[in-house]
Design a protein around this ligand. Structure first.
Ligand code: 13P
Length: 245
C-alpha cells in the first residue's frame, strides 16, 4: 500500500515570514504524508518549525560530491539540513537551466546515495501533447532520467505536463489516467514488483476545486502543488481531499 503524498513546491517564493503557514497546514497522518519544498535558504528553519508534523524537501541538488561547484548544494548537504526529499528535473530547471535527462539521472542517483527521496519530474510540452507525442515523451524521459537503483530506496515520480503548470489548465482525467498508467507500466517492466512501490504524483494547476477529481484517478498517489501550496487556505483543502481519496 503506497502512502499518499501532498507535496508543495514553493519554487523561488518565500522569506522567513512565509514559514508561519507551516503551523496552519494539516499535518501528515497515517497513509497521507504532507511535504513542503521551500527555497534552499529556508530548509533548516522549515525543518525546525515543521516539528515532524510535515516533511521538508529541497528543489534541486548537484550531482557531484562536495567540492568546487560555486553556488550549488550537494545531496549530502541537503540531507544534513534534515530535509528528506529533493525535487529533480522540474520542467522549469530543464528549460531555464538546460538540465538533461542524463543530468537528472545523475542527480537522482546522488540523492538516493545521500539517503534522500528523489521526486523526479517528467511531462510533455503543449506542442508534444497536440502532436500526439505525450506518451512517447514520457517514456523517453523515464528511460533516460531514472537511475538503475531507483527502487532500492523510496522514490517518487511527478507527472507534470508543462502546459498545465501555472496556467489554470489541467489535462482531462482520461489523459491523466493514461499518463499515470503508462508510468506505472514502465516501472513494472523495468524494475519488477518494486516498481509498484514508487509513488506517482500529478502536478500542474492543482487547486482546491479540482483536487478530488484528480485524486480519484487510478495510479494518482498525490500531487505536486505549486501556487496553491503557498497558502494554508488553498493547500489545506487539497491535503484534506487527498486524505479522503
Ligand atoms: P502550479 O500548481 O502553480 O501549476 O505548479 C505546478 C508545479 O510546477 C509544481 O512543481
Amino acid at each position: 500500500m503506497r502512502q499518499k503524498l501532498a507535496a508543495g513546491n514553493w519554487k523561488m517564493n518565500g522569506t522567513q515570514d512565509q514559514l508561519g503557514m507551516l503551523a496552519q497546514v494539516p499535518p501528515s497522518q497515517p497513509g497521507c504524508e504532507v511535504l513542503i519544498c521551500p527555497p534552499a535558504q529556508l530548509l533548516i528553519p522549515a525543518v525546525q518549525q515543521a516539528l515532524g508534523r510535515l516533511s521538508i524537501g529541497a528543489q534541486d541538488c548537484h550531482a557531484q560530491a562536495p567540492g568546487a561547484h560555486t553556488g550549488d548544494l550537494s545531496a549530502s548537504m541537503i540531507a544534513d539540513t534534515g530535509a528528506r526529499y529533493v525535487i529533480l528535473g522540474h520542467s522549469e530547471r530543464r528549460q531555464a537551466h538546460g538540465e538533461t535527462d542524463a543530468l537528472i539521472q545523475a542527480k537522482a542517483a546522488a540523492a538516493i546515495d545521500a539517503g534522500l527521496c528523489p521526486i523526479i519530474c517528467i511531462g510533455e510540452s503543449h506542442a508534444q501533447r497536440i502532436n500526439g507525442q505525450a506518451l512517447d515523451v514520457i517514456q523517453d524521459q523515464l528511460r533516460l532520467s531514472l537511475p538503475d537503483h531507483l527502487t532500492q530506496a523510496p522514490s517518487v515520480i511527478a507527472y507534470e505536463p508543462i502546459w498545465a503548470i501555472g496556467t489554470g489548465l489541467i489535462p482531462s482525467l482520461d489523459q491523466i489516467t493514461k499518463a499515470h498508467s503508462a508510468i506505472r507500466a514502465h516501472l513494472r517492466q523495468r524494475f519488477g514488483a518494486p516498481g509498484n512501490d514508487v509513488r506517482l504524483l500529478y502536478g500542474g494547476s492543482v487547486k482546491p476545486d479540482n483536487a478530488a477529481q484528480i485524486f480519484a484517478c487510478p495510479e494518482v498517489d498525490g500531487a505536486l502543488v505549486g501556487g496553491a501550496s503557498l497558502s494554508a487556505e488553498d493547500f489545506g483543502p487539497i491535503i484534506t481531499a487527498l486524505a479522503a481519496a
